[in-house]
Design a protein around this ligand. Structure first.
Ligand code: FES
Length: 137
């Protein structure tokens, strides 16, 4: 497949991202200072939609566990942050036996999360044609 129109330039102001779909491909399109980039929109950790995260310069931060990717290369810059501390606090007033069971459960979840490899994002060529943003699929 060649370049396909995925959005209008006006839909993605500088410093923002947009989720688009081209066939079966989900893309995160970002406008970094007037230059458009596209990476896969399913996080290389557990598939969260990256376009719902944040964009700081060229770094996209995943909304689910905060992995960071460079939008220009798709490279993983930092892995997931797996914090369950806030949930543990919900059990503060519970009997020790319950707190211990909850702590063990959270440790097990955190360990399983740590074993999940986080992959780089696929990168797609982008060009602007007049008022349209096109991506090579
Ligand atoms: S799904 Fe993106 S960091 Fe976990």
């Amino acid at each position: 497949m060649g370049f396909v129109k995925v959005a209008r330039v006006s839909e993605i102001p500088a410093g923002t991202m947009k989720h688009v779909e081209a066939g079966a491909t989900e893309l995160c399109i970002a406008n970094v200072g007037g230059t458009f980039y596209a990476i896969g929109d399913r996080c290389g950790h557990e598939n969260a939609r990256l376009s719902r995260g944040s964009l700081m310069d060229t770094i996209v931060t995943c909304p689910m566990h905060s992995s960071q990717f460079d939008i220009t290369t798709g490279k993983l810059m930092s892995g997931p942050v797996l914090e369950l501390g806030g949930l543990k606090e919900m059990f503060t007033g519970c009997p020790d036996k319950v707190k211990k069971a909850v702590a063990l459960m959270f440790e097990g979840i955190a360990e399983e999360q740590r074993l999940i490899k986080t992959y780089d994002q696929p990168v797609y060529a982008v060009k602007v044609d007049g008022s349209d943003v096109l991506v090579k699929i």
